[in-house]
Design a protein around this ligand. Structure first.
Ligand code: CP3
Length: 349
């Protein structure tokens, strides 16, 4: 492993302070999927380069990660990459199909497939380490968020072979063969943890674990079949003292449990108001969220009212990082996102 990067000038960061439940002058804001298709400058540099190829080019990763920081003045950058990058790096045959998402050539089906999931080492993703180092140097006081897909969400792509609405195959394996399920999620928990650790050791100031699709599970099954493995992923960076954000969609029933697996911040989607989310999560953790991305398409005054209401509801939490309740839609107008950042920053804390 490479040595930990030297201390960075991120000390005054409002984003890091809110994650740590420390006082802030204004609510910090960044957007999930802020780097990407809603920006014309992104489409320009991606011209003719596939998604996965672009993730392996440190100069492109650096440029695309910086684009929304320059344009919006958000309080944090998120590394341009994808949740399937570490799977690809250990040899899983997959692609990201435009307009579809990740597609796996040979879906995971039996115990023999475990052999196709070896541990991830820093040498498997040299371009990630290089991009993070470059970014940290260029970002100055703006913190960089590293991220990984969580074991359940990664397993859903591996088992379904691609995006899926109801996750029938995933659940068939989970309920039908618990020993194999746990063996798979153990591998994915270690892979996710290793990917997070590589990013933090290269200089990332915080991490987010995306369990985008885990909201399809009831709480008892989440606790028994998923939580221990998400805990493995988050524990891999526990000693590095960076805030850990844990996010999923439709996870209103799971919010408390998602905090307890080892997160300092729980990401909340747009279905649960932040004051109610805080009641479910408790006073020991900050929250992140949760404007419905659809409001970016509503009349500006309606958008403003909802942004203010979200900041207001966030005051019930011991720390609040403003975000959308899910990712930036590809057809979002950058001017609307700009408006959200300016408004959030203008409201005194
Ligand atoms: O947030 C950021 O700006 C950083 C970059 C980032 C991407 N993917 C870039 C990307 C992050 C954090 C992700 C995470 C990711 N990837 C998640 C979790 C977040 C979530 O939305 O719930 C998931 C489920 C994936 C899997 C994935 N990759 C999907 C569903 C898609 C979209 C497919 C499509 O085209 O509609 C991708 C591709 C992808 N990842 C794109 C980007 C910018 C679009 C590809 C392109 O521009 O050609």
């Amino acid at each position: 492993m490479t040595p930990t990067a030297a201390p960075r000038p991120v000390e005054g960061s409002a984003f890091l302070a809110a994650c740590r439940r420390e006082p802030v002058a204004h609510t910090p804001v960044w957007f999930m999927r802020q780097a990407g298709r809603s920006l014309p400058e992104y489409r320009a540099v991606r011209e003719g380069i596939s998604m996965l190829d672009s993730c392996q080019r440190p100069d492109l990763v650096t440029e695309i990660t910086l684009q929304p920081v320059r344009r919006y003045g958000v309080d944090a950058a998120i590394l341009y990459s994808d949740i399937v990058v570490p799977l690809k790096a250990v040899g899983v045959d997959l692609d990201i199909v435009p307009g579809v998402g990740p597609v796996v050539a040979q879906p995971f089906a039996s115990r023999a497939d475990l052999d196709r999931l070896p541990d991830l080492t820093p040498g498997d993703v040299p371009y990630v380490e290089q991009a993070v180092r470059q970014l940290v140097a260029e970002l100055g006081p703006t913190p960089l968020i590293g991220f990984s897909g969580a074991p359940y969400t990664l397993a859903s792509y591996l088992i379904e072979g691609g995006p899926s609405k109801n996750h029938e195959r995933t659940k068939a394996l989970m309920y039908g063969d618990p020993p194999l399920w746990h063996a798979l999620l153990d591998r994915l928990g270690r892979l996710a943890g290793a990917f997070l650790r590589i990013q933090v050791q290269a200089g990332a100031s915080a991490v987010q674990l995306f369990d985008s699709w885990v909201g399809t599970l009831p709480l008892p099954d989440y606790q028994a079949l998923v939580a221990p493995h998400s805990a493995t992923a988050l524990a891999a960076v526990a000693d590095l003292a960076v805030p850990r954000i844990h996010f999923g969609v439709g996870t209103g029933e799971l919010l408390g449990a998602m905090g307890e697996v080892g997160a300092e911040v729980v990401g909340v989607d747009f279905r649960v108001p932040l004051d109610e989310a805080t009641r479910r999560i408790g006073p020991q953790r900050a929250v992140q969220g949760n404007l419905d991305p659809a409001l970016l398409f509503a009349p500006p005054q309606v958008l403003d009212t909802r942004v203010r209401a979200t900041v207001e509801a966030g005051r019930a939490a011991p720390g609040h990082v403003f975000n959308l309740g899910h990712g930036v839609p590809p057809n979002a107008d950058p001017a609307r996102l700009q408006r959200v950042v300016e408004l959030v920053h203008s409201i005194p804390h």
